[in-house]
Design a protein around this ligand. Structure first.
Ligand SMILES: *[C@@H]1O[C@H](CO)[C@@H](O)[C@H](O)[C@H]1NC(C)=O
Ligand SMILES: *[C@@H]1O[C@H](CO)[C@@H](O)[C@H](O)[C@H]1NC(C)=O
Ligand SMILES: *[C@@H]1O[C@H](CO)[C@@H](O)[C@H](O)[C@H]1NC(C)=O
Ligand SMILES: *[C@@H]1O[C@H](CO)[C@@H](O)[C@H](O)[C@H]1NC(C)=O
Ligand SMILES: *[C@@H]1O[C@H](CO)[C@@H](O)[C@H](O)[C@H]1NC(C)=O
Ligand SMILES: *[C@@H]1O[C@H](CO)[C@@H](O)[C@H](O)[C@H]1NC(C)=O
Ligand SMILES: *[C@@H]1O[C@H](CO)[C@@H](O)[C@H](O)[C@H]1NC(C)=O
Ligand SMILES: *[C@@H]1O[C@H](CO)[C@@H](O)[C@H](O)[C@H]1NC(C)=O
Length: 756
C-alpha cells in the first residue's frame, strides 16, 4: 500500500500546484502532490517516513551498541558513542559531534565485588553473599566483571550491625517502624525495590541513622509467576534468583560538583564531595544490591515482630520479620562495599537535520546511551530506534526533496544513569538559547514491554500526543484482531483518560524525574513528551531492569518477537511527532488544554487539599489567595479560547501569502512562550534548578512528578509544624506560593494578548 502511494506521488510529480500550495511547493521542490491538499501532502510524507522505519535496522543498531558493558565514563562507553556517531553520519545526519563534560562518577572494584556476610561474635563467618550475578547466555553476557553487583555513589567501607527490614524505605515506612519501636539507628536497613527511586530509600535510611543498606528485588515484584526455571529468565521476562538491579543512589540532577553551571574545564567546582555528602546528595553509607536468592539467606534468620501483611514479600516459606537482628543474637551482618568516586569525561552525541524555513527553531529528540551493563532495554532499545528515526527522515529528504521547516536535533545522552548528567550539563551550557529556540523535547528512554504505549507530558501536548498515535498502525497482531488498529486504540484502552476537556486523550501523568526530559521542563519550561511501550502493571518498571540480563536476546526473543514490530511503532510515533512539530506551519501546542488543566484539575485538587489542612481557622490568607488564582485561571481559559481565532487567521493568511511567515511566527512564538511563563527564575525555595511553578520532581521520590511543588511543599511543612509560630510561617509561605502561581498565570494571559 505504501509502495502504491509512492508511485502515485512520483507519477504526479509534474502536477501544477494551485497558488495556496505555494509554500509547500517552495519547501518541497521535488515532491509535488498529485493529491491537492496540504492534508494529503502531510499524509504522504508521514506514510513515507513510517515506511522507512525498519525492524531489521533497529535490531542491527541494537546489537552494534550492546556488544559490551558500557558504563558512563569508561572506554567501552566511548566506543559506543563512536558507534552511534558513525551510524548517524552514515544516516546523513548533519554536524554530528560530541559535547563533552568532566563530571563526578562512581565505580565499583570489579576484581573485588561487594558482599554481605553473616558473622558471629568470634568473627566466624557462616555465610558470604554472591557479589556477582550468574552469566546465563555466555556469548552475550560473558565480559569480565559484567555480573558485578553495585550501586553508584555508595560509600566505600565496611560496616556491621543488626538488620532491620524497612519494606520500600519510604518516609511512611520509617514512621511505621518507629511506631513499632524498631529503630534503624546504627543498624543495616534492608530496602525492597519498588514504590520509588532507590536514592530516596537510601536517603531515608541514612536520615534515620542506618549505617549501611541492602537493596533487593522481591520475587513478589519481579518473579510473580513463580521462581522456578520455567517461570523466570531466560524462559520468560521475570527475574531469576541471581539477578540484581544496579543503579544510582545520588539524589540530585547533573554533576554534583557544578550545580546550575555546565561541567566544562573552565567551570569552578562550586561544591566539594564533602559538601555533596553533607547535603545528602551523595550518601555517606555503604550500600549494595542483592538478589532475592541471596537475601533469602538473611531474611530467613531474622527475628522480631512479623511485618504487616502489605510488607510481606514473595520468598517462599518465609515469614518476613522487622528485626532488629537475627533470632540468634550472636549473629550480625557485615557488608563490604568497595567503591571510588572519580572525575571522568562524558560525551553526548549531537546531530542535526537542519530546517529549511526556521533553522533556529529546535525540535529536540533525545535518549541516553550509557548503561549499567549491556543496556539492551534501558536505554539502547531507545538508542537503536532513534538512529533509525534519523535514517527514515533523511531517506525521505533524499528521495523527495521534502525537508522540515524547523531543525530537528538528535541527542544521545551520556551518564543519564548516574543522575541525568549528560542532558543536564548540556541544557545548563545552552540554557539561554534553548529557552529561546526550543519548541519541544521528545524523550524515549526504553521500550520495555509490548502491551501499550504510555506517556507523561505537559497538558499543552495532550492533543499532539493523541493525534500522532492515531496515525500509527498497531504493532501487535492480537490487538489488530480485536479491531484496535492503531497504537492509540490500545493506549487509550490501557490508560483511559481522566481529563474531561479532552476525553479522547489517554491518561498522561505529569512528567517525572526518571529520564532526560526532566531538566528541559523543570529548568527551562520546554514542553516535553516522554514515552515508552510497556506492560500494564503497577510495578515501577520491568523485572529485568538494570540487570546483567538486558542483552539483545531479551528484546528479540522475549519482549518484541515479531521482527521488532513494537520498536518500529515507537520509531514511527517518534518520527511522526518530530514531523508534526518540525513541519506544521502552526505548532501543535494547545494552550487551552494547559489553561483547563490548571482551572479544572490542579486548582480544584489544591482546594481539596486546603480543605483538609489543619487548622482551618488559621488558613484564611491561603484561601484568599486561592480565590484570586481561581479567577485568574478562569481568565486564562477565556484568553486561550479567544486566541484560537488568531491561530486560524494566521493560518489562512499564510495559505494566501505563503512567502510571508510573520503572522504564523508571531502565533508560534506565543504558543511556545505559554510554558516559559511558568518558569520562576528564582526556583523553588532552596532549589535553584527546580524553576517550573507547575511541575517538579517530587522531593520524596525522584521518580515521580509533582504538581505545583512550591505550594504543596508548604502544605507538607504546615502538616509537620510543631508550634503556632511554625504554622504561621508555613501558612504565610503557602499564601505566597499560591500567589506566585497566579503571577505565572497572569504572564500566560498577557502572553496571548497583543497589548499588555
Ligand atoms: C578538560 O581538559 C582535559 C585536559 O586537557 C581534557 O583531557 C578533557 O577532555 C577536557 N574536558 C572537557 C570537558 O573539555
Ligand atoms: C518450602 O517448604 C516445603 C515443605 O517444607 C518444601 O518442600 C519446599 O522445598 C520449601 N520451599 C522452599 C523454596 O524452600
Ligand atoms: C576503601 O576502603 C578501604 C578500607 O575499607 C581502603 O583500603 C581503600 O583504600 C578505600 N578505597 C578508596 C577508594 O577510598
Ligand atoms: C538517496 O536517494 C537515491 C535515489 O533517489 C539513492 O540512490 C541513494 O542511495 C539515497 N541515499 C541515501 C543515503 O539514502
Ligand atoms: C471487528 O470489526 C469487524 C467489522 O466491523 C466486525 O465484523 C468484527 O466482529 C469485529 N471484531 C471484533 C473482535 O470486535
Ligand atoms: C506483561 O503482559 C503479559 C500479557 O500481555 C503478561 O503475560 C506478562 O506477565 C506481563 N509481564 C509483566 C512484567 O507484567
Ligand atoms: C509480548 O510480551 C510478552 C511478555 O510480556 C511475551 O510473552 C510475548 O511473547 C510478547 N509478544 C510479542 C508478539 O512480542
Ligand atoms: C485546542 O483544543 C481545543 C479543545 O479541543 C480546540 O477547540 C482547539 O481548536 C485546539 N487548538 C489548537 C490550536 O489546536
Amino acid at each position: 500500500m505504501i509502495k502504491a502511494l509512492i508511485c502515485l506521488v512520483f507519477g504526479f510529480a509534474a502536477t501544477v500546484l494551485v497558488s495556496f500550495l505555494g509554500a509547500y511547493h517552495t519547501a518541497h521542490p521535488a515532491i509535488q502532490p498529485g493529491v491537492d491538499t496540504p492534508e494529503e501532502y502531510k499524509r504522504t510524507i508521514r506514510e513515507l517516513i513510517s515506511s522507512h522505519v525498519k525492524g531489521e535496522n533497529i535490531i542491527a543498531n541494537l546489537r552494534a551498541i550492546t556488544t559490551e558493558p558500557h558504563v558512563a565514563g569508561t572506554e567501552a562507553n566511548r566506543r559506543v558513542a563512536d558507534t552511534i556517531a558513525n551510524i548517524w553520519r552514515t544516516n546523513q545526519l548533519e554536524h554530528v559531534h560530541f559535547a563533552e563534560y568532566d563530571v563526578l562518577l562512581s565505580y565499583p572494584d570489579y576484581n573485588n565485588p561487594n558482599t554481605a556476610e553473616i558473622v558471629d561474635s568470634d568473627g566466624q563467618i557462616s555465610y558470604i553473599s554472591e557479589g556477582v550475578s550468574k552469566v546465563i547466555l555466555p556469548e552475550e553476557q560473558g565480559a569480565p566483571g559484567a555480573g558485578v553487583r553495585w550501586v553508584a555513589y555508595a560509600s566505600n567501607g565496611t560496616v556491621q550491625g543488626d538488620l532491620v527490614y524497612c519494606h520500600q524505605g519510604t518516609e511512611q515506612d520509617f514512621e511505621y517502624l518507629s511506631q513499632q519501636g524498631v529503630s534503624v539507628q546504627g543498624r543495616i536497613a534492608v530496602l525492597r525495590y519498588g514504590g520509588g527511586f532507590r536514592g530516596n530509600k537510601v536517603k531515608n535510611a541514612a536520615l534515620n541513622g542506618a549505617v549501611g543498606a541492602i537493596l533487593y528485588s522481591d520475587p513478589a515484584d519481579v518473579a510473580r509467576a513463580g521462581i522456578d526455571d520455567s517461570h523466570v529468565y531466560p524462559a520468560t521476562e521475570w527475574m531469576p534468583s541471581t539477578g540484581a538491579q544496579r543503579g544510582s543512589i545520588m539524589v540530585g540532577d547533573g554533576d554534583p560538583l557544578t550545580p546550575v553551571y555546565p561541567s566544562k574545564n573552565y567551570t569552578y567546582r562550586a561544591r566539594t564531595v564533602q559538601q555533596a555528602k553533607d547535603e545528602l546528595i551523595i550518601p555517606s553509607i555503604p550500600v549494595l544490591p542483592m538478589s532475592y536468592g541471596d537475601v533469602q539467606n538473611l531474611l530467613s534468620q531474622m527475628g522480631g515482630r512479623r511485618v504487616p501483611t502489605t510488607w510481606q514479600g514473595g520468598l517462599k516459606n518465609l515469614t518476613y520479620r522487622l528485626g532488629p537482628g537475627f533470632v540468634n543474637r550472636d549473629l550480625q551482618v557485615r557488608i563490604h562495599v568497595r567503591s571510588t568516586l572519580q572525575r571522568r569525561t562524558i560525551r553526548n552525541v549531537i546531530g542535526y537535520i537542519r530546517g529549511n524555513q526556521e533553522p533556529d527553531r529546535y525540535v529536540i529528540l533525545g535518549n541516553h546511551f550509557d548503561a549499567w551493563v549491556y543496556g539492551s532495554v534501558d536505554p539502547n532499545s531507545g538508542t537503536a530506534v532513534l538512529a533509525e528515526v534519523g535514517r527514515a527522515l533523511t531517506a525521505v529528504i533524499n528521495e523527495t526533496g521534502w525537508r522540515p521547516s524547523r531543525t530537528i536535533i538528535f541527542c544521545a545522552w551520556d551518564a543519564e544513569e548516574f543522575g541525568l548528567i549528560g542532558s543536564t550539563e548540556w541544557v545548563q551550557e545552552h540554557a539561554d538559547l534553548l529557552a529561546r529556540r526550543a519548541v519541544v523535547y521528545l524523550n524515549v528512554d526504553s521500550i520495555f514491554g509490548n502491551a501499550s504505549m504510555y506517556a507523561t507530558a505537559v497538558p499543552s501536548m495532550y492533543k499532539a500526543a493523541t493525534d500522532a498515535a492515531k496515525n500509527i498502525p498497531n504493532p501487535m497482531a492480537s490487538e489488530r484482531q480485536a479491531n484496535r488498529t492503531t497504537v492509540y486504540d490500545t493506549w487509550v484502552r490501557s490508560f483511559p483518560g481522566k481529563f474531561k476537556s479532552r476525553p479522547d486523550a489517554p491518561d498522561m501523568p505529569v512528567p517525572s524525574g526518571g529520564s532526560d526530559h526532566a531538566t528541559f521542563i523543570n529548568y527551562l519550561g520546554i514542553p516535553v513528551i516522554d514515552f515508552e511501550y510497556r506492560n500494564y502493571t503497577n510495578y515501577d518498571t520491568y523485572p529485568l531492569y538494570h540487570t546483567l540480563y538486558e542483552t539483545h536476546t531479551l528484546n528479540e526473543k522475549i519482549l518484541d518477537t515479531n521482527n521488532f514490530a513494537v520498536h518500529v511503532a515507537v520509531g514511527q510515533y517518534w518520527a511522526e511527532l518530530a514531523r508534526m512539530f518540525a513541519d506544521s506551519p502552526i505548532l501543535p501546542i494547545n494552550v487551552s488544554d494547559y489553561a483547563k488543566a490548571i482551572a479544572d484539575v490542579y486548582l480544584p485538587d489544591l482546594r481539596d487539599a486546603l480543605r483538609q489542612a489543619q487548622p482551618q481557622s488559621e488558613l484564611k490568607i491561603a484561601f484568599d489567595q486561592l480565590n484570586f488564582v481561581e479567577k485568574a485561571a478562569a481568565r486564562l481559559v477565556q484568553a486561550a479560547g479567544e486566541f484560537e481565532p488568531s491561530i486560524d487567521e494566521a493560518m489562512e493568511f499564510f495559505e494566501m501569502n505563503p512567502f510571508d511567515q510573520r503572522q504564523i511566527s508571531a502565533v508560534n512564538e506565543r504558543l511556545v512562550a505559554a510554558d516559559r511563563c511558568f518558569v520562576n527564575p528564582r526556583g523553588l525555595p532552596g532549589n535553584p534548578t527546580a524553576r517550573h511553578v507547575l511541575f517538579a520532581i517530587s522531593k520524596h521520590d525522584a521518580y515521580s512528578g509533582k504538581v505545583m511543588p512550591g505550594v504543596y511543599d508548604q502544605l507538607d511543612d504546615l502538616r509537620d509544624a510543631k508550634t503556632k509560630a511554625e504554622r504561621q510561617t508555613a501558612i504565610q509561605r503557602l499564601a505566597q506560593q499560591i500567589s506566585i502561581v497566579q503571577y505565572s498565570i497572569e504572564c500566560a494571559i498577557n502572553n496571548l494578548a497583543d497589548i499588555i
